[in-house]
Design a protein around this ligand. Structure first.
Ligand code: PRX
Length: 655
């Protein structure tokens, strides 16, 4: 494992840190204005979370806030509630019933607005559709949709009847979809004829048909009609496939929400780890809802008048927690946009902010760096004066990008909240509270009230100030409850680095003299490419699956916009000619196996891969080569010539 690397721009800032104190307006009008919340929550974290939980609607109260048998946590034990009732029913009983829940815009420019009552009705109807197709509490339902309202409707309908949703990002390949369906034995798949991306139709139904050839657990498929007619013919398999709109026509309007135990499963979401096989992260109901509800409210300072836009696709955890469950529990008005930020022009996002009067905007550093590259004239050409708060998530934000975001998008008046969390944590764990926390460009600042983090050495010694591994020392409500079907991997991945029941995040971080956290990136073999998590082993497995490949090693390489890009070192089998043709073929092979997000930027053919005497591939060395750094100590290498040859070949490839 590598040690957390230094970020030179952070070191510079640490010596001369620029601090943005909350303005008087924020100090007096924010949702949270009492700086004492940190201390109070630290004294009694369970009491803190219990207070947040009381703001939700429970069908039966809990008898115990937390039952912690490391590494297994149960929150709000004995309580019963329903996620869809907390997102919908609670609001349709108030004046909120007629306010916009979703303001949706498709990439081609089509628009739909659903009030809370509209959304409630459609969710109830679709819940009845699912029941009609035999879906019961505990059944798994796969969802493979573009970013359209039906995606949120499908998730909430599953939650309403107690079915477990497993959303698969629409950019994943047929094989990736099939593996995910099979891993959790989904009984039903919800997809669409297609979705739009950069003016192209993504043929989701065709990809689904391919995936389903090896997924016998799926008995029914529901197809949303996103696009009228061609260019991709949609084949409807009699008896298995059903059009969404036809089923909805006949569906009854009311559906009572299923009482769910606080610890009943809400969803599974697959994410990459350090092996070739993605992990099905399991989230349950009560704690997850409380965590997403409270963090959305406090970090984004949600007020009734806000128009809130998180640009993430719902296929990732950010979309689950901060497009669907967090904001809807808060009764917020949520903007959803289907397509690319540069389609048809590079100001599409700013056009949307202006058109709908977006007030809270949440995106990823990779997008911000792309905006910087495109130029400040794009946002400057639109009226962004409605914005009052900006958020960042998914990867470390470099101070330069933070400052640009603050100035050119936020007009130097909006606080920027950098939010650190993971698929596994369920909700934000480290982030400022805009009314009370001083901001530092590049720092996620402090753990949310009720959360305790620590920087540790590999051996588990706490580091008060300085760098090390980021650890979470106490359980939190939205934490993952397991890896679907693999309890051992859960313990091994997150709770075996130290033996005191402390969660290992996989991230390196630094804490400064004021106790603020600066995230440094992953320290394991997980890459973060444009804010998406990709396991090196997954890409390696895809490459060695190709008949011409003998061995492959994949590393991340610093990239100006994407944060990291994928570099693959490949050795070919005897008699195979390595050249540009094969390079393209291998890139396409990875896309076919995983999806376009995993396409290697660079493939380097090597005669051999550098290994230690025990046969382990020396990734750190490959990373150095990929980034063009001088080679470090190679005395542990079995064959030092291999390294020299690799470096030479790499440089030749670059030039
Ligand atoms: O390395 C951290 C990085 O993204 C990882 C989690 O990825 P994923 O589960 O896909 O969830 C992404 C959205 C929450 C973390 O281990 N990461 C996420 N947010 C930040 C971050 N790194 C630095 N700063 C952040 N704000």
């Amino acid at each position: 494992m590598s040690q957390p690397g230094d970020r030179p721009e952070i070191n510079a800032l640490l010596t001369e840190a620029r601090v943005f104190e909350p303005t008087n307006d924020w100090k007096t009008h924010a949702r949270v204005t009492d700086p004492g919340v940190y201390e109070h929550a630290a004294e009694d974290p369970e009491g803190f979370w219990e207070d947040r939980a009381r703001e939700l609607e429970w069908m039966r109260p809990w008898t115990q806030v937390l039952d912690w048998q490391p590494p297994h946590a149960k929150w709000f034990v004995g309580g019963q509630l329903n996620a869809s009732a907390n997102c919908l029913d609670r609001h349709v009983r108030t004046a909120r019933r007629n306010t916009a829940a979703l303001i949706w815009e498709g990439e081609p420019g089509d628009r739909r607005t659903l009030t809370y009552f509209d959304l409630y009705r459609q969710v109830c109807q679709f819940a009845n559709v699912l029941k009609g197709l035999g879906i019961r509490k505990g059944d798994r339902v796969a969802i493979y949709l573009p970013l359209i309202p039906e995606l949120a409707i499908a998730m909430l309908a599953c939650a309403r009847i107690g079915a477990v949703h497993s959303v698969v990002f629409g950019g994943f390949s047929a094989e990736a979809l099939r593996d995910r369906i099979n891993d959790s034995q989904c009984a039903l798949l919800i997809t669409a004829d297609g979705g739009f991306r950069r003016g192209q139709l993504v043929p989701l139904k065709q990809t689904s048909d391919e995936a389903l050839q090896g997924a016998p657990s799926v008995r029914n498929v529901i197809v949303v009609k996103r696009q009228a007619g061609e260019p991709f013919p949609v084949h409807i398999k009699e008896g298995r496939d059903h059009w969404y709109h036809r089923l909805m026509q006949d569906a009854a309007l009311d559906c009572a929400p299923e009482p769910m135990d606080s610890e009943d499963m809400l969803y599974i979401l697959y994410t990459s780890g350090t092996t070739g096989k993605p992990k099905g992260i399991v989230h349950t109901t009560g704690g997850y809802l409380v965590g997403t509800y409270a963090t959305t409210r406090w970090v984004f300072d949600l007020q009734d008048t806000d128009v809130y836009w998180c640009t993430a696709d719902i296929g990732w955890v950010t979309g689950h927690s901060y497009v669907v469950y967090g904001p809807l529990q808060n009764g917020a008005t949520v903007v959803m946009y289907e397509g690319a930020p540069d389609w048809p022009n590079k100001d599409r996002f700013w056009d949307i902010v202006e058109r709908y009067g977006v007030t809270v905007f949440y995106t990823a550093p990779t997008a911000i760096r792309a905006f910087m590259k495109w130029g400040a004239e794009w946002p400057a050409g639109r009226d962004l004066s409605s914005l009052r708060l900006l958020g960042s998530v998914g990867e470390p934000i470099n101070p330069e990008a933070w400052m640009w975001y603050h100035e050119h998008i936020g007009g130097a008046r909006c606080p920027v909240v950098d939010t650190w969390w993971q698929t596994e944590t369920g909700h934000i764990l480290i982030a400022p509270l805009p009314g009370i926390t001083p901001l530092k460009p590049g720092s996620a600042t402090k753990p949310f009230p009720g959360i305790t983090a620590e920087i540790r050495t590999g051996a588990g010694v706490p580091v008060e100030h300085g760098g090390g591994l980021l650890a979470l020392t106490k359980p939190w409500p939205g934490m993952l409850r397991g890896i679907y079907g693999d309890p051992e991997r859960f313990v091994k991945t997150y709770f075996s680095r130290w033996d005191d029941g402390v969660y290992f995040t996989g991230d390196g971080a630094r804490r400064d003299a004021q106790g603020d956290y600066w995230l440094l990136g992953r320290v394991d073999d997980v890459l973060n490419v444009a804010g998406h998590r990709i396991g090196t082993m997954e890409v390696e497995s895809a490459l060695v699956d190709h008949p011409s490949v003998a061995e492959a090693a994949v590393v991340g390489r610093a990239h100006d916009i994407k944060g990291q890009s994928i570099a693959a070192f490949v050795t070919v089998k005897e008699g195979i000619k390595a050249g540009a043709g094969l390079m393209d073929e291998l890139k396409e092979h990875v896309v076919r196996k995983i999806g376009a997000i995993a396409r290697p930027d660079q493939i380097l053919f090597a005669a051999d891969l550098p290994k230690t005497r025990s046969g382990k591939i020396m990734r750190r060395l490959l990373r150095d080569i990929a980034e063009g750094k001088a080679l470090g100590d190679t005395t542990t290498l079995a064959d030092p010539n291999v390294v020299r040859r690799l470096k030479d070949e790499y440089e030749a490839d670059e030039s």
